[in-house]
Design a protein around this ligand. Structure first.
Ligand code: CTP
Length: 400
């Protein structure tokens, strides 16, 4: 049975840690809650003792004979601090040890993960950012906070990611994923763009964003800092990623260029619309009395992937494209894909056979990974998360 230490520090979001705790216990993990003194203003020790079925201790001078300040960290398979306040991040970054949680962080030899929650100003403060960078450089996983409603009337970055999302990220870390994307910034596009004809109608496509989000989640588990530019995705965002929502291909293009400036890897998993209406009509297009139907003239959208390859920074990011193909009378799926890889100029092309409605909106996927260096890797039918990890494996081999 895996031993999880759930550190709870003093933020209003600490009540959400109760749900997180249940997700662990109900899936057979043993959880020991180690709250900080200030967190007890929000959720009392009795709650943690009842939900975890274990005693709760805050300081290091109770039950001294058990040497809890050393034992708990030593025995843990994962130490997860959720919510992590600016204060606990600062203490952890500087190695302070003035309560049981900070002692546990110092003695843990297992993976350590923080799910920060605080006001936007505190998160963006240079001191907090420096502490986060220090913790990440040491190999700890620090999730990006989510964006949304904060305490009071404020809205912004700093919300605790949803307990289910933190749980998923924690499971990936527990699976022993190598932190081979640590210190790397990866940018993933997801979803499908919409091109508006008038204020209510658009041309769109069936991309759900599942594969892009699976890539983002897998990259977080491998230690990367992840930006997802998400076009009309209605799925919950994976914990710890920065999501930039966009609508049209032009929005996606702008945000991808911005995010790619300092990226180590860029994955174009989104399905941008290839065409957009030549003009946008300001008012809703009405039916006419004589029954004539409107003609829609289309113009071609820029190819973002080709542009990203051309604009590659001196960091020389690894650039990955996707190709959803069907074979036809002229060529097979792979022949079309090879031609596309050459045309796009990217390093890797993930080829999906979408004949007969496969892939779109489903959880499983199969693919072939074509490398610009001639490599061909067949990825068997399986969850999109497995394909995501295979793609990152191929990216990691090409970094540096
Ligand atoms: N792509 C892009 N910008 C576009 C269209 C596509 O960046 N305007 C990217 C997609 O995100 C994907 C790759 O290019 O990574 C291939 O997309 P696909 O639609 O298969 O390519 P197309 O160039 O549109 O080719 P086709 O003529 O087969 O539609």
């Amino acid at each position: 049975m895996t031993e999880v230490v759930l550190g709870v520090s003093g933020g209003i979001a600490s009540y959400k840690a109760a749900e997180l705790l249940r997700l662990f216990t109900e899936s057979g993990h043993s959880v020991r809650v180690v709250p900080t003194e200030s967190s007890l203003h929000f959720v009392g020790a009795a709650t943690w003792e009842a939900l975890s079925g274990k005693p709760v201790q805050v300081g290091v001078f109770e039950h001294v004979d058990e040497v809890a300040h050393v034992r708990i960290g030593q025995a843990a398979d994962l130490v997860l601090v959720a919510p992590a306040t600016a204060n606990i991040l600062a203490k952890a970054a500087h190695g302070l040890a003035d309560d049981l949680l900070t002692n546990t962080l110092l003695t843990a030899r297992c993976p350590v993960m923080f799910a920060p929650a605080m006001h936007t100003e505190m998160w963006e403060n240079a001191a907090t950012q420096a502490n986060v960078a220090t913790l990440r450089a040491r190999g700890h996983v620090v999730l990006e906070p989510a964006v949304g409603r904060l305490t009071g009337v404020d809205t912004g970055k700093g919300r605790l990611p949803a307990p289910a999302e933190i749980f998923r990220a924690a499971l990936s870390v527990l699976e022993g994923r190598v932190q081979d994307l640590r210190g790397r910034h990866v940018v993933v596009s997801a979803g499908g763009t919409r091109e508006f004809l008038d204020p209510v109608r658009y041309l769109g496509n069936r991309s759900s964003g599942r594969q892009g989000f699976a890539l983002a989640e897998a990259a977080v588990a491998r230690g990367a800092t992840v930006t997802v530019v998400a076009a009309n995705v209605s799925l919950p965002a994976p914990a710890g990623v920065t999501v930039v929502p966009v609508v049209s291909t032009e929005d996606l293009r702008r945000e991808m260029h911005l995010a790619a400036v300092d990226a180590d890897a860029v994955v174009m998993a989104a399905a941008p619309a290839d065409f957009r209406p030549a003009e946008f009509v300001d008012a809703k297009i009405k039916k006419t009395a004589d029954g004539t139907t409107p003609e829609i003239r289309l113009v071609e959208n820029p190819d973002i992937l080709v542009e990203l390859v051309a604009a590659r920074s001196s960091k020389h990011p690894v650039i990955v494209g996707f190709a959803a193909e069907t074979g036809d009378a002229h060529a097979t799926v792979i022949e079309h894909a090879r031609a596309k890889l050459a045309r796009k100029g990217c390093d890797l092309l993930v080829v999906n056979d979408v004949s007969a409605g496969k892939v779109f909106g489903q959880d499983d996927n199969e693919a072939v990974l074509l490398g610009a260096d001639g490599t061909v890797e067949q990825v068997p039918f399986g969850p999109k998360s497995a394909l995501a990890h295979t793609i990152w494996d191929a990216v990691v081999r090409r970094l540096d």
